[in-house]
Design a binder for this molecule. Structure first.
Ligand SMILES: [Zn+2]
Length: 145
């Protein structure tokens, strides 16, 4: 039995198998710039090697997306049991643009995504103005004091 089954790696990082004599073409990016990693005498060993070769990458991808969603949940949980006052202040901070300006549409959007009543923006801003936290800078925008 010859070593007719090749495990090859594409320049894009994807590993796949191909049989001697065939054109090796990457199943991910279609490139044929591949490097032979290992040779096998049967297709079954090759198939195992291919899945092993691609596993770490897939696993890492899956793990990192799981970690990401987990930390997002954690983040939400952390923000959970805080006072409405704190939530409003966080919301107003995230509605602030690079110039330090808060606009009505951003405020409403952030209130909405924080699960607060977007329609209450007027009383929220009014309260912040009264407390001397925000100052009106135009018809529809405010600045931090
Ligand atoms: Zn490729």
């Amino acid at each position: 039995m010859g070593l007719d089954w090749y495990l090859v790696r594409c320049k894009c990082g994807h590993s796949f198998g191909h049989k001697k004599g065939n054109n090796a073409k990457c199943t991910i990016c279609g490139s044929n710039e591949v490097t032979i990693v290992q040779q096998f005498s049967d297709s079954r060993s090759l198939a195992n090697a291919v899945s092993d070769a691609n596993l770490p990458k897939e696993l890492a991808k899956e793990l990192s997306s799981r970690l990401k969603s987990k930390s997002a949940i954690e983040e939400k949980r952390k923000q959970g049991p805080v006072s409405i006052r704190e939530r409003i202040s966080v919301t107003l901070r995230s509605a602030t643009d690079e110039q330090g300006v808060l606009r009505i549409d951003a405020i409403r959007r952030e209130l909405d995504s924080a699960g607060l009543d977007a329609e209450s923006w007027e009383s929220i801003i009014g309260g912040a103005e009264l407390e001397g936290i925000l100052i009106r800078s135009s018809n529809d925008s405010w600045r931090w004091v």
